[in-house]
Every structure is written in C-alpha cells, then in structure tokens.
Design a protein around this ligand. Structure first.
Ligand code: CA
Length: 233
C-alpha cells in the first residue's frame, strides 16, 4: 500500500504544487482546504503524515494539531506545520503543540520532500523503503524477491519474513521470543526452537560456499543481522 499524505492547506496554488511533487514521489495524496474538513477526514482514515497549514478556515492548524495528538489513533502521527509566520515564539508554539517539524513559507519543495522522507523514516521505517539492501543482499518487499550478488534466492514465506524482520534493524540482537512475536505474531504458540529451524533454512538458502553469513548467532541471546556485513568474502 502506498504511503498516504494529507495536505491541509487553503492556498490552492500551494496545494497543487505540493500534490504534484508528492505524487511524483509515489505518495498517495489527499487534500483538505479547511481545518474542520480535515478533522472529519482524519476520523475516517488515518494518513501516514500530515502537512498542516497554520492559518486555516474552520479550525486552525494549531487546534487541529492539538486534537490529532489527543486522539489515541493519531497521537503519534507525523505532522509538519506549514506557516507564513516565522517568529521564534510561533515556532516554539508550533512544536509545543506537538508538530514534529515546521516549515516557514515560502519554502523549497525539495527541502520539504527531504523532511517528509526523514520523518517517515523515523516514524515508519518499514513503510518507506521498498528495498532493503545490505552488502550484496537485496530484499524487495514489493515483489518479494531476494537477490544475493545479483542471483535470485528462493525463500519460503517464513524465511522471507524472518530475513525482512532482521534486515529492518541491522545490528540489533533479537531473542527467539522477539522473533516469534515479530515474524509469527503475538497470538501464535510455537516452540522457540522453531526459530532455530527457520534460521537454519534461511542460512542454507542465503549462503553459498565462501560467502560470509550475514546472520549472527548471539550465544544465549538470539540472532542479529550483522550491521558490518559487507558481502565480500
Ligand atoms: Ca492558510
């Protein structure tokens, strides 16, 4: 599913410019021209990020931001405030209300796009990167393909999810229990040794002779995707 961005802005020329550029980046874009309209929209569907103008008809950006933060479903929703005001006091007030970032008009679109990407990476790392890459290994989450040194690797669905889960947090050591929760789900009761079986299968599919093993066994703890993995033998 594409990442959804809600633009709440009453200046149509700016809305058109932002929509055009965000869609060109592959985002799905919704637009609301009024604060109250945006609030109704948010009650129906939660986007992945909001670009929120400060001065809006219906309901101000600041008030909308406050309400978004007060709702459990949206309390952590990334918000970038857009405003014509640039005084330090307003900046602090904007961030104090719970906005994650703040841009003063007129701003450069490439800079805004960079901040959107950075904020999405922080809030939803899994959402932004369709392709996870480390060393000579590439994992494409859209096509579900894995390549190592350009050669396609065939994995079962569980091994794919396991590798994807590990590659999302390079260097982090996961216990067998955490891997069960992350890959198999919280409500599934499986013996922890099942994890070892699937890690074994994953290694067998992934590693050819003389190729380094990107999965590190941490004795007594669990497994990690090696952050220093370079793929060079
Ligand atoms: Ca405005």
């Amino acid at each position: 599913m594409r990442t959804r961005i809600l633009i709440v802005e009453d200046e149509e020329t700016l809305t058109t410019l932002l929509r055009y550029n965000l869609e060109a980046e592959g985002f799905a874009v919704d637009v609301a021209g009024r604060g109250d309209e945006a609030e109704l929209r948010l009650a129906e569907q939660t986007p992945d990020l909001i670009l929120l103008d400060w001065m809006l008809p219906g309901l101000s950006g600041i008030e909308l931001c406050r309400r978004v933060r007060a709702r459990r479903e949206t309390e952590r929703l990334p918000i970038i405030m857009l405003t014509a005001r640039g005084e330090e006091g307003d900046r602090v007030r904007g961030l104090g209300t719970g906005a994650d970032d703040y841009m003063v008009k007129p701003f450069s679109v490439p800079e805004l796009l960079a901040r959107v990407r950075a904020l999405l990476r922080r809030s939803k790392p899994a959402h932004v990167a369709d392709l996870l890459a480390a060393g000579d290994i590439e994992l494409d989450r859209v096509s579900h393909r894995i390549r190592r040194s350009g050669h396609e690797i065939h994995l079962g669905p569980t091994e794919f999810k396991l590798l994807e889960f590990l590659m999302q947090s390079p260097g982090r050591v996961f216990s067998r229990e955490q891997l069960l929760d992350g890959v198999w789900g919280h409500d599934v009761y499986i013996d922890e040794r099942t994890v070892d079986v699937h890690v074994g299968r994953l290694r067998k599919a992934l590693n050819r002779p003389r190729q380094p093993d990107p999965i590190r066994t941490v004795r007594g703890s669990g497994y990690a995707f090696d952050e220093t993995f370079s793929g060079e033998g």
